[in-house]
Design a binder for this molecule. Sequence first.
Ligand code: S3P
Length: 188
Amino acid sequence: MSLPKRVVLVGPMGAGKSTIGRMLAKELGYRFLDSDRIIEDRCGANIPWIFDVEGEDGFRQRETAMLAELSEYPQTVLATGGGAIMKEENHAHLKRDAVVVYLKTSIEQQVERTRRDRNRPLLQNDDPEAVLRNLFAIRDPVYSRLADIVMFTDRKSPRLVVRQLVNRINPRTPRHKRQIRKEGRNHA
Ligand code: S3P
């Protein structure tokens, strides 16, 4: 079995998509892309500003256009925003030539990891935990349906999650061969 063209990480806010995605990309010798960060770079504004000025709908339109574009890139690990799965039309972009990984995380962990965050407009209210619970109820079945791999992240270090993911994505490649492929890419 060879490596997939792309690995796409889906899951809720606070699941660790960016941290794990960056480490996984390094391990596979792939480039790491984070759709939210690229939207911010292109806009020259952060996500709260985009929500303020264009509303959530405006942000979702940008997100769909971004996912369409990023689904063309080979040899990438892509971290997506937690709501990227909610538009049916995004599913084809997310699945194209990709192994889709759902980083499944308890509400407690999501709350803990997003506690001091000011960059997530959906959580800037009196009861972010209730929002996360509500989103989980709606989105968990969608993440699960879309995913090729469901990986639990609670009580695991990012390193361990990455090791388990590499084994799931390409179980037959021994570690020294992955290293050789990585070095080959670095010198290309
Ligand atoms: C969102 C998650 C955020 C970001 C936006 C909306 C969501 O990304 O796309 O604030 O709807 O769950 P992260 O999952 O990376 O926090």
